[in-house]
Design a protein around this ligand. Structure first.
Ligand code: TYD
Length: 209
């Protein structure tokens, strides 16, 4: 069971992905793992360094290549072994992020980027796409940065960029290619957790029958 959390920065996906993983493991210990992309692979580390420190953005090709290499590593080392062991895999970002972020910044469309990824990356059983007005997402990003005493926004976290990226996530959701659920990220954390848990249970039941 592959469950994928997607959406722009500041929508609370990571919180909800962690809560889902904890809840599954509380019910049946050791049956779920959560993996966040970019990962801690050498490629993922390069991506983070470039994003946080860079005055100038990486080229489109470099950026796309690093995300794809990082994902190949993730599929081979984390996702496939866990699926083979019968575990639920909770993904905090996956190839839909590459489609939405890089697909709105370079020479390939989100559809083309999805096709590149689906040559090696298994499709999720459930896709949860978080939506939030961009101004609200930016307020949350700034508040988190202040609380964590972190520096300013990364080059991805600009209003015009996030508007385009969120529109691409909407297109992916609307495409009907996936078992996709639109999540209203403005709702309270506990309420969202209940909703996501019931979506998860519905899919787990379907898998079993
Ligand atoms: P993020 O999930 O925000 O990591 P963290 O919470 O550790 O900062 O991801 C970092 C940024 O990377 C985010 O702005 C989205 C971007 N990103 C892409 O542009 N393409 C991708 O394929 C992925 C996985 C992330």
């Amino acid at each position: 069971m592959l469950v994928c959390f997607e959406g722009i920065d500041g929508t609370g996906k990571s919180t909800q992905a962690t809560l889902l993983e904890q809840r599954i493991n509380e019910k049946a210990p050791g049956t779920a793992i959560r993996v966040a992309e970019p990962t801690n692979s050498p490629h993922g580390t390069k991506i983070r360094e470039a994003m946080m420190g860079a005055k100038e953005r990486l080229s489109f090709d470099e950026e796309l290549d690093l995300f794809v290499q990082d994902r190949k590593y993730n599929v081979e080392h984390n996702i496939e072994p866990a699926l083979a062991a019968g575990k639920a895999v909770i993904l905090d970002r996956y190839y839909f992020s590459t489609a939405a972020y890089q697909g709105t910044s370079g020479r390939l469309s989100w559809q083309e980027i999805i096709d590149i990824n689906e040559r090696f990356a298994p499709r999720p059983n459930v896709l949860l796409v978080f939506f939030l007005p961009v101004d609200e997402a930016l307020q949350r990003i700034d508040k988190d940065a202040k609380d964590a005493k972190r520096g300013s926004r990364s080059y991805m976290e600009r209003k015009d960029t996030l508007e385009k990226v969120q529109a691409a996530f909407r297109d992916i959701h609307d495409s009907g290619r996936y078992d996709s659920h639109a999540i209203d990220a403005a709702r309270p954390v506990g309420e969202l957790q209940g909703l996501i848990w019931s979506i998860y249970q519905d899919h787990a039941r379907k898998q079993r029958s």
